[in-house]
Design a protein around this ligand. Structure first.
Ligand code: MGD
Ligand code: MGD
Ligand code: SF4
Ligand code: MO
Length: 892
């Protein structure tokens, strides 16, 4: 299904997913379906959408939604649920003080939700124990910005990414994680082929395919790389002395620190070839318009804040900041990671970029809120916060729009904490998550498409999210749930807004209170709008000072927000990552895949998105796989000192020897045992408190299974006691990969999985293989394939038959299409369902470029998210296509 042209009654809103913040036109149809198109007028995407955005319409159904409040697993009225939360919080505060309660919130809340939650905690309950999953995501960038700029400012704008002549992407798999920005860059490169892209990542990814230079450095050695770069720039006389002297401080110390960081030393430390290091340094030196973009390979590290400042130092030195096509650029993950930072959702911030440690700032906020108290010291940061839940210091916890049982490091311990806490409320949109299963009170929140408010994207652009669907069941918007609890706790007046427009207005006014450019964040120019103008508000970049002209960039002429108004160089000392213990000789890296979002509560509902990668996996180098007797598609137990997961082997030299990569998406809802954060140690960056989610120690073993299988069913598939399983949505129902120690009775197993005895099939006892199908009224309702090795059936063929009329049992049991119908292979283009084998076949018939493939197969011509994978396939099938495949043509 492709995106369709916008209908007349389309509602302009913003994508639910990443921090690119694409404008979406959503149309709800009478038959309950929703169609989605990119908003051509939205300045973040100008009509483009990626695979996830395009499939939003498939994720808004009401099946599996949490539609009613529950206490102790029983449906209750809203009154009862809100009373329960207010009582528990009120009682706990009365008995144990304000620091005994906590909120753990999320960059997936709207700004208005977030503002209300922060106000309740910091101004009324009187504790800063509110932290957010942005601690896992953006905290090092925030801390780095504050050290260098005095405040949390992203200085640039997306146009800078297009205007740059050199883009250095550090720890970012942008092709998959910020695909529309990536498309904008690809388009700029197609228009100006002299644009260069350097990717710094220990792993080869869909993004590195597009790179002119891939610096495949050893994990966590980025500080050494950028320290060497700072020295090189200074030695090459690229210091912008005018800028440095007029607008910065600390450069002598920073330059003293780089002595000795020669190309050779950098090469040794990072494991890169000296020629690559030198080439990179020379490129940066030669290119005035350089933007350094960074993401989780930088932030999620025990030295994440130093990585950020090592990068920023190079931009301050050269004065390449705040001017067109220049600057450091932290791209945000979640749709409202920025909004959350702005409202003060982090435990160490006050609202509107004010500082909790600053008495004047506290006075401004307290008096503006007319609050009885104001938190005067930083609260507990996410990892510490869950420690405090674990050891009983926190006795009442409310989790909103995040799934800490899966996404926090040492997730097993986090889950123990959730089990222990005397009171746990969870607000979510779906009925079952690994976190919700421990909630005493479940609060049904309105989801994307049902709620109204604002979000801020990576380039400081505030956009409206607008409702286009009615509130389902008894679901309510998060801001309202929090305000209702606040009212019940006796804080009535201060929480009596009639709608999100009033919350936004209050927030906008607070941002301007005693500001006069003493703080970067000011949107007081957006105050006083009234409901109608708020409803119509066009996307706008902050600051929007009252009566002032909007500024799109910061710091070209200094004007930092430190006490001296100078930007600060920070001395960053490269640390050699600690040696790995003998028992755990691998480094475990974690991250994302193209078509899934975090714990899959939403993307997992889309069969289109589930087709790209249907199983948890571990990327492992061929020589490591061989050394451990692990073959392609075998199962692998990956363990750390904290636990083990079982995932599929993806044997590839995309990772180096000694390195593993496991995605973060699979949970107990979608797999037997693949929650990778159970393996990750809760080690944090000492400055930002952000956990080092990209670097754990691990080991691997082949997971011995006596039987492997693949099942599809129109009804839910039972998993029983299977040692391994992973489920994915397919067009007609569910598909499941599984394995077990062995099975004595193949038929009994198939019957149990499908929940029916009405099966036809064949058993080859000697080969240990069996195949079964359930057919009702001539349609396939289920099938099970079993073998001693990973089963060799065409997944796309079998799942494509599910729910469809089948000509005969033999067609199903064959497990693959006849010779006249070639197997399309694993899905590459989810929009048009084009498989890898089709692309290889087209290449064999003369397709040379991504554009050729688009012409022949349509693949890559809708959202464009798969264009790099197509390029990679073309690269792998023939040298002649090499050059052509690198020409990433723009998508329209
Ligand atoms: N498809 C999809 N897109 C998403 C999301 C999603 O769940 N799915 N989530 C959104 C969110 S919240 C976020 S935060 C962003 C994250 O976006 P990204 O940060 O781009 O994604 P990740 O896969 O987490 O990690 C990026 C890369 O960091 C690399 N890396 C690991 N260690 C190091 C290191 O030491 N140095 C360097 N230089 N690199 C390293 C990894 O190999 C990986 O390729 O994506 C957003 N977009
Ligand atoms: N190992 C490892 N761990 C990681 C990462 C990594 O790279 N590696 N990345 C980290 C990062 S950057 C992030 S951002 C986190 C993300 O991790 P989480 O925030 O835990 O993941 P999500 O699946 O996005 O959880 C959001 C939850 O909110 C619900 N929800 C959606 N919309 C709403 C709403 O409007 N209201 C309410 N109340 N609920 C809603 C969803 O159903 C879902 O259960 O994971 C972190 N953990
Ligand atoms: S890039 Fe994709 S996921 Fe991110 S906002 Fe745009 S459409 Fe949504
Ligand atoms: Mo994130």
């Amino acid at each position: 299904m492709a995106t369709v042209p916008a209908a007349a009654n389309a509602v302009a809103t913003t994508c639910a997913y990443c921090g690119v913040g694409c404008g979406v036109l959503a149309t709800a149809h009478r038959d309950g379906t929703v169609s989605i198109a990119g908003d051509p007028t939205h300045p973040s995407n100008f009509g483009r959408l990626c695979s996830k955005g395009s499939a939003l319409g498939e994720t808004v159904g009401l099946e599996d939604r949490l539609l009613h409040p529950e206490i102790g697993g029983r449906r209750v009225s809203w009154d009862a649920a809100l009373d329960a939360v207010a009582d528990a919080f009120g009682r706990t505060v009365a008995e144990h003080g304000p620091d005994s309660v906590a909120l753990y919130v999320s960059g997936q809340l709207l700004t208005e939700d977030y503002y209300v939650a922060n106000k309740l905690m910091k101004g009324f309950i009187g504790t800063a124990n509110i932290d957010t999953n942005s601690r896992l995501c953006m905290a090092s960038s925030v801390a780095g910005h504050r050290r260098a700029f005095g405040t949390d400012t992203v200085p640039g704008t997306y146009e800078d990414l297009e205007a740059a002549d050199l883009l250095v992407l550090v720890g970012s798999n942008m092709a998959w994680c910020h695909p529309v920005i990536f498309q904008r860059i690809a388009a700029a490169k197609a228009a100006r082929p002299e644009v260069r892209i350097v990717v710094v990542d220990p792993r080869a990814t869909a993004t590195t395919v597009a790179a002119d230079l891939h610096l495949k450095l050893k994990p966590d050695t980025d500080v050494a790389l950028f320290t060497g770069l700072l020295k090189h720039l200074a030695d090459a006389a690229l210091t912008d002395t005018g800028y440095v002297e007029a607008h910065t401080e600390g450069w002598h110390a920073a330059l003293a620190n780089v002595a000795g960081w020669t190309v050779d030393r950098v090469a040794e430390e990072t494991g890169l070839a000296p020629s690559d290091v030198a080439a990179f340094f020379a490129m940066v030196a030669a290119t005035e318009r350089t933007v350094t973009v960074y993401s989780q390979g930088v932030n999620q590290s025990a030295c994440g804040t130093d990585k950020v400042n090592a990068i920023i130092n190079t931009h301050l030195l050269t004065g390449r900041i705040g001017r067109v096509g220049t600057g450091p650029f932290s791209i945000t993950g979640q749709p409202n990671a920025m909004g959350g930072r702005e409202v003060g959702g982090l435990a160490n911030m006050l609202a509107c970029h004010m500082d909790i440690e600053d008495a004047a700032h506290r006075r401004i906020v307290k008096s503006f809120w007319n609050a009885p108290v104001i938190a005067d010291k930083a609260g507990l940061k996410a990892v510490e916060l869950f420690d405090a839940v674990h050891d009983g210091r926190i006795k009442a916890l409310w989790v909103m729009a995040t799934n800490p049982a899966d996404s926090l490091p040492d997730a097993g311990r986090v889950e123990e904490a959730l089990k222990r806490v005397p009171f746990l409320a969870v607000s979510d949109v779906v009925a079952a998550t690994d976190t919700l299963r421990h909630a005493h009170v479940k609060l049904p929140a309105a989801g994307w498409g049902e709620k109204d408010g604002t979000v801020t994207n990576s380039e400081r652009r505030i956009s409206r999210q607008r409702a286009f669907l009615p509130l389902p069941g008894e679901a309510r918007p998060d801001w309202q749930i929090v305000a209702d609890v606040a009212q019940r706790m006796g804080f009535g007046e201060a929480f009596a807004w009639s709608g999100p427009h009033e919350v936004f207005d209050e927030y906008a006014r607070l941002s301007g209170a005693q500001n006069d450019d003493s703080r970067d964040f000011d949107i007081s120019g957006l105050a006083g709008k009234g409901e109608a103008a708020y409803a119509d508000m066009a996307p706008v970049q902050w600051p929007v000072r009252a009566g002032g002209a909007p500024a799109t960039r910061f710091f070209a002429k200094g004007g930092f927000y430190t006490p001296s108004r100078r930007g600060r160089f920070v001395v960053t000392v490269p640390q050699t990552p600690a040696a790995k213990p003998r028992r755990f000789p691998f480094t475990l890296n974690t991250g994302r895949v193209r078509d899934h979002w975090h714990t899959m509560t939403r993307t997992g509902r889309s069969q289109r998105l589930s087709a790209h990668m249907g199983e948890p996996f571990v990327e492992i180098h061929p020589s490591d796989a061989a050394a451990h007797g692990i073959g392609a598609a075998d199962l692998v137990a990956v363990s750390s000192p904290r636990g083990a997961v079982v995932v599929r082997a993806l044997v590839t030299d995309r990772v180096d020897e000694g390195a593993l990569f496991v995605p973060m998406h699979w949970t107990d809802q979608t797999s037997a045992n693949a929650r990778v954060d159970r393996l990750v140690e809760a080690k944090v960056d000492p400055v930002s408190g952000q956990p080092a989610l990209k670097f754990s120690v691990a080991r691997v073993e082949r997971f011995e299974a006596g039987v492997f299988g693949y099942a599809v069913s129109t009804r839910p598939i039972r998993t029983g006691e299977l040692a391994y399983w992973a489920k994915a949505r397919v067009a007609g129902g569910t598909a499941m990969e599984f394995a077990d120690a062995d099975t004595a009775d193949a038929r009994a197993l198939a019957e149990e999985l499908l929940g029916t005895k009405d099966l036809v099939g064949v058993i080859d006892a000697a080969a240990g293989a069996a195949r079964f199908a359930a057919i009702a009224d001539g349609r396939l309702t289920g099938a099970v394939f079993l073998a001693r090795q990973p089963v060799a059936v065409s997944r796309s063929f079998v799942s494509g038959l599910l729910g469809e009329p089948v000509p005969g049992v033999s067609v199903v049991l064959a497990g693959r299409p006849g010779a006249d119908q070639p197997d399309p292979g694993p899905t590459i283009c989810s929009c048009f369902r084009v498989g890898a084998n089709q692309i290889v076949a087209a290449a064999g018939c003369g397709a040379r470029t991504v554009a050729d493939i688009g012409e022949r197969l349509q693949a890559g011509t809708n959202c464009g998210s798969c264009r790099n994978e197509i390029a990679r396939i073309l690269l792998s099938v023939g040298e002649k296509t090499d050059e052509a495949a690198r020409q990433l043509a723009p998508t329209g």
